[in-house]
Design a protein around this ligand. Structure first.
Ligand SMILES: Cc1cc2nc3c(=O)[nH]c(=O)nc-3n(C[C@H](O)[C@H](O)[C@H](O)COP(=O)(O)O)c2cc1C
Length: 191
């Protein structure tokens, strides 16, 4: 895990990368590499850290406590995240930490979702091939953020990955860095 201090004084940012095979990844690998190259955020690769999928809850909670902006980055799998990210949330956002009595530890922190989808953006709308917008499909993350008292920010999506040229991917990588640093406020998609 790369873990560098943030010299700009802006929000300390944690990127949780949940891709089961980053070696063969094109999009998520490039996006994560761009952030590591710039070096002012903590990039945490879940599947590499926990090949046995046994999550160290105390360690993960400590990481959350020491960062203000949390980015969940993953390829869209069956309209949701890969399973280890779901498990991470199930285990780490526990009662007394993220919700319930004493569960105020994430209050005021930001939650951002960055994902990639095989389907084109135009397919993600009412009447389109995938019927629902990204915003609708990401609602469980949004409501989890609400419950935990976090501030949910607009998502970042790289869509239609087979049509993304190498040049476009470089532009996405730069945009992603801007998004993560809070310089690109709006999601890439209208919804
Ligand atoms: C198990 C699985 C499920 C997937 N489900 C979806 C999906 O629901 N919607 C979609 O647009 N793409 C889906 N895809 C395509 C992935 O999102 C796409 O391959 C990934 O975003 C590419 O990113 P990468 O280059 O970092 O691997 C799926 C791929 C796999 C392997």
């Amino acid at each position: 895990m790369s873990n560098r201090s943030n010299p700009s004084g802006s929000a300390a940012t944690l990127i949780i990368v949940a891709h089961p095979d980053l070696e063969t990844s094109r999009i998520n690998k490039r996006l994560a590499a761009e952030l590591e190259r710039r070096g002012n955020v903590t990039v945490h690769r879940l599947y590499e850290t926990y090949p046995d999928e046994k999550i160290d809850v105390a360690r993960e909670q400590e990481l959350l406590l020491t960062h203000d902006r949390i980015v969940l980055q993953f390829p869209l799998f069956w309209y949701s995240s890969p399973s280890l990210l779901k498990k991470w949330m199930d285990d780490v956002f526990e009662l007394g930490f993220a919700h319930g009595k004493g569960g105020d530890k994430l209050n005021g922190k930001e939650l951002l979702i960055a994902t990639s989808s095989g389907g084109a953006q135009s397919m993600y709308q009412a009447g389109g091939f995938h019927n629902y917008s990204y915003s609708e499909l990401l609602r469980p993350f949004q409501q989890s953020a609400n419950l935990a008292g976090m501030i949910y920010r607009p998502h970042f999506v790289v869509s239609g990955i087979r049509e993304v040229s190498d040049e476009q991917l470089e532009k996405y990588a730069a945009d992603y860095a801007a998004y993560v640093e809070g310089r690109l406020a709006l999601s890439r998609t209208k919804d």
